[in-house]
Write a protein that binds this ligand. Structure first.
Ligand code: NAI
Length: 509
């Protein structure tokens, strides 16, 4: 049975900025009387006027009736001080991101609200445990972490500090459901789920750019068009703002005692130092000035389809190539899978899916000079672009042959420098690795990480579901190869992935 707070109970929201106003809107829409307070004179009144306008627009669009809009608007009441919160069953705090200020606020609130009232913080990065430490009733404090914009984003991370009463977390979980949200439970640890698991999305691309794998427009295009991400990492960082994105990375890195997994990027530090904070300052990785050219991804020029295409086995890429070539009327033959896992052969050129080694390394290991690697795609049947990299030993005909093959199958081709892992595979492997560590450390369960990343940051698939689709063994191999190549602890394989691979081996004999 749902333990959600009944809609008849009063909710207080403190902070009427971007988040507080959104949360107040959600609570009022769910039927609660909402008392909204902001330290800035007139801010609560202004926010309420804006929310009422929003309800009016929703009514115009038919999303709620005019009566409902009117009633929801009337349930929003500005408060002049905390003293008006004695009747609140829940207080949600969305003020400035500062531990001391939040502690002081909650200590004041404790003396005003009823003993069983729930105190919730919308903090993105401060430990719920630490905020609660100064309270008389830390068991009543819980994280209720909404995503921006709160009325639209479905996810709520329900964050339990060390002292949080499980029952309190359950009530907030059920209340989030009643408010039309999809909550997940998380233990208060740096970055909670989303802000931790998302780090590699930015970090791997920053490293790839730093290593000259490709320019930013190309990396963005590959992550979008092959990876299926809504925005590429560079355009996304530009939108978030480099000051904000870099601060989150640094705070997670510091909180994990400088674990190399989270190492901030000098390239991003430079942007912050320069004041190139992204869209909001008119310049970040991209230039947003009027009339500025948007750089285009590097795309290989058209090459004729090669003769003698042989596709091997039935991996998702070989299957997609077969159907796309067939549709395009390009001749090919099919042969059984080869022990070395090649996907296609065109004369002396062999095409393989990346396994975390460079093409050069793999060519050396196999004694095959004309070796080309292709990157992972979310769905090879739908992807519009693929990234490839050729071994340093390969001659020019190898890239030509593979480009011709992939273009014949309808893909735009981006030829990258030969870096290990290639962008999509490397990103997905590291996202899954981070999600796996969060699960391994009891921060959350498997389903919660996948739901959180899909709803909190719009990933096209949850990282662990994606890793299972690629094959956990393949993901482990990619990570192990990256660790070997770079010699960095950053790419160490999560114990959870290792255990799942072994368990799978046992189950499948
Ligand atoms: P904001 O700057 O838009 O709004 C904060 C509001 O709180 C301002 O109106 C300010 O006047 C008011 N305020 C500051 N100190 C106060 C106090 N002691 N008492 C009453 N009001 C006070 O900030 P935003 O973006 O809404 O963030 C608020 C909180 O939500 C922060 O803890 C932030 O980390 C968290 N958060 C922010 C997200 C975002 O994307 N902006 C996403 C999720 C959480």
């Amino acid at each position: 049975m749902s333990q959600a707070l009944p809609a008849t109970r009063v909710v207080a929201v403190i902070g009427a900025g971007a988040m507080g106003a959104g949360i107040a809107q959600v609570a009022a829409q769910a039927g609660h009387t909402v008392r909204l307070l902001d330290a800035r004179e007139g801010a609560a009144e202004q926010a309420i006027a804006n929310i009422r306008k929003m309800f009016g627009k929703l009514a115009d669009k038919g999303r709620m009736s005019a009566e409902q809009a009117e009633a929801a608007g009337a349930r929003l009441l500005p408060a002049a001080s905390n003293q008006e919160f004695a009747d609140a069953a829940l207080v949600v705090e969305a003020i400035v991101e500062n531990l001391d200020v939040k502690r002081k606020l909650f200590a004041e609130l404790e003396d005003i609200v009823a003993a069983d009232a729930i105190l919730a913080t919308n903090t993105s990065s401060i430990s719920v445990t630490a905020i609660g430490a100064a309270l008389k009733r830390p068991q009543q404090l819980v994280g209720m972490h909404f995503f921006n914009p709160a009325p639209l984003m479905k996810l709520v991370e329900v964050v339990s500090g060390l002292a949080t009463d499980r029952q309190v977390a359950e009530i907030i979980y059920d209340t989030s459901v009643a408010w039309g949200k999809t909550p997940v439970h998380a233990k208060s640890t740096p970055g909670f789920i989303v802000n931790r698991v998302a780090r590699p999305y930015y970090a791997e691309s920053l490293r790839l750019a730093g290593e000259g794998a490709a320019d930013i427009a190309t990396l963005d295009a590959v992550l979008r068009e092959a990876g299926g991400f809504r925005m590429g990492p560079f355009e996304l960082m530009d939108m978030i703002g480099h000051d904000v994105n870099f601060a989150v990375t640094k705070s997670v890195w510091n909180a994990f005692y400088n674990d190399q997994r989270f190492l901030p990027s000098l390239m991003q530090q430079d942007l912050v130092d320069a004041g190139f904070l992204g869209r909001k300052t008119g310049r970040g990785f991209y230039d947003y000035a009027e009339g500025a050219d948007k750089p285009q991804p590097q795309t290989a020029a058209a090459v004729a389809a090669p003769a003698g295409i042989v596709l091997h086995g039935e991996c998702p890429l070989a299957q997609a190539l077969a159907s796309r070539l067939q549709q395009a009327g390009v001749a090919f033959t099919q042969q059984p899978a080869q022990a070395d896992g090649r996907v296609a052969q065109i004369g002396a050129t062999a095409l393989y899916l990346t396994d975390g080694r460079t093409a050069t390394q793999r060519a050396h290991a196999l004694g095959c000079n004309n070796l080309v690697l292709v990157d992972l795609a979310l769905d090879y049947t739908q992807a519009t672009r693929l990234a490839v990299a050729a071994a340093l030993q390969a001659d020019a005909t190898a890239v030509q042959a593979v480009t011709g093959l992939l273009q014949a199958a309808g893909y735009a081709v981006s030829v990258l420098r030969d870096v290990p892992g290639l962008p999509v595979m490397r990103t997905v492997a590291m996202l899954a690795n981070e999600a796996a560590d969060a699960v391994n450390q009891g921060v959350c369960d498997v389903d919660s990480t996948d739901v959180a990343m899909q709803l909190g940051v719009n990933y096209p698939r949850g990282p662990l579901a994606w890793a299972r689709q690629v094959g956990l063994e393949q993901v482990r191999t990619v990570l192990a190869h990256l660790a070997q190549f770079y010699g960095e602890d950053r790419y160490r394989v999560s114990p959870w992935i290792q255990q799942q691979v072994y368990a799978g081996d046992v189950r499948h004999g």
